[in-house]
Design a protein around this ligand. Sequence first.
Ligand code: SF4
Length: 483
Amino acid sequence: MRTAVLADPLDFDGWREAARRLRLAGVEPSRVKFAVGATAGGLFDEGGALPEVEGAFTAPRAFLETAAQLIQHRSEDRFDLMYRLLWRLKDQPNLMAVLSDRDVAEAADRVKAVRRAAHKMKAFVRFRQAQDEAGERWVAWFEPAHRVLQATAPFFARRYSAIRWSILTPDGAAHWDGTLLTFGPPADQSQAPAEDAVEDFWRTYYASTFNPARLRPQAMRSEMPKRYWKNLPEAALIPELTAAASVRTDAMVNQPAPTPNDRFQRVRAPSVDRAATDDLVPESLDELARGVQGCRRCPLWRDATQGVCGEGPKRAALMVVGEQPGDQEDLAGRPFVGPAGRLLDAAFQEAGLDRGDLYLTNAVKHFKHEPRGKRRLHKTPNAGEVQACRWWLDHERRLVRPELILALGATAGLAVLGRKPAVQAERGRVLTTEDGARVLLTVHPSYLLRLPDPALRAEERRRFLADLSVARDALKRTDAKRA
Ligand code: SF4
C-alpha cells in the first residue's frame, strides 16, 4: 500500500500530479491511499517515491468539474474517490454520465453537499464592524460545513467590493482590501468582533417582519439549519418568536374582520362637504385633516381606508416628509407606525432627535397599493398624484412653518422641491428651494429595510444616520442664531 501525502486539504495540483504518476505507473486504487500531511515528505510518503513516468492522458471535463468541487468536501477519503474515478475513466470514458454507478453517485452526493455549504455561506455570513490600522474593516466569523471559503470568497469580493472585509473560518481566512483578494491561515472565533451596534437594528427589523401566521418551523430549520444559528444575530430571537407565534396567530384569527360597512364608514364618515374640500384653504391642521378625508383631487382615496395626515407639534422646527402611508399607517390613520416608522424612530433616537419634537407627514396622504392575495402591496405614487397632493403638503408647510424639511426619498423630494431629485447625489446637504425653504434630502427608511446585504445595509444605515445628524446640527445652528 502506498500513501500519497498532499500539502493541504485543497491541494488539487499535488493530487493531480500524484494521480498522474500513479495511473501511468499502473497503481490500482486499492493499493494507494491519499492523505494530507503535516510532514513535508514529498508526494509519496510510504513505499518510496515513484520514478518520473513518461506519458500523459486527458480527463473529461465532467470529471475535472466534479473533482474541483469534490476536493472541498470534508470527507477524508475524497482524494481516494477522485483517484478511483480517474482510474476507471481509462476503460470507461463515459463513466461520469452513468449516474447509477456507485462511485459517480457518491461523488454527485458530495458535490451537492459542497454546493449547499457554499450557498449557506453566501446566505449566513454576517459581517461586524471593526477597525484595523487602515481604518474600518468588516469582519465575519463563519464555520462552513465544507471547505468552501476559497471558492466562495470571489462572490463576496464582487458583492461587497466597496468595503474592506475579512471572513475568518477554521479552514483559513479571506481578506478583501477593495482591490485584492488574499487568503490567510485558519482563524478562531476570538479574532472576530463579538457584536456591534448594527445587530440591534437587524434584530429589530427581523422581529418586525416576522409573521407568525406564516411560521413553518420545519421549512425554516431546513433553510436555516441550527448549526448556523450561533453566528446569526437574528437567530437569538427565533425561539422566543416561535413560542409566541401561536398566541399571536390566535389573536390575528380572533380579531373581528372589518366589514365592508366599516370600511365604507372609515373612508366616508368624516362629515366634510366634499365639494368644498378640494379647494379648501385650511386655517388649522385640524381643518386640513378633515379636508384630506374628503379630498378627491386624485383617485387614490378610492382604495384607501382613510387619509393619513401629519402629526406633531403645530410649530415644529423640523418637518419630516415621507412618501405615502403604508399598510399599517392606512389602518391606524397615523404616519410612520409600520416597520419603516420603527426604523425611523430608532434612527432619530440614535441621532439625538426626539420624535415628539418633529412634525411627520407624507407627500401623498392616501395609501396607493395593489392587492396580492390577502396582502396589499405598496405602489409608488406617480408624478400626477404627487402634484395633486402637494395642495395639502403646501398647506401643512404654511401652517407649521418649519425651519427645515427633511425629505425622505425621491417622492418626498419631488413634492418638496418641485422637481425629481437625484437622492444619492444631493443627500446630506441643506438645499434651498425657490420659495426660500431649507430642505435636507436623504433616503426613505424603507429603502434600508429592503437591502438584502447586511454590510451594505449597515453602510447605508450609517449614511442615513449621518444625514439625520446634519439635520440635527442645522437645527442647532438655527436655534443658536435665534438666541
Ligand atoms: Fe387627495 Fe392626496 Fe388623497 Fe389624492 S392622495 S385623494 S390628492 S389627499
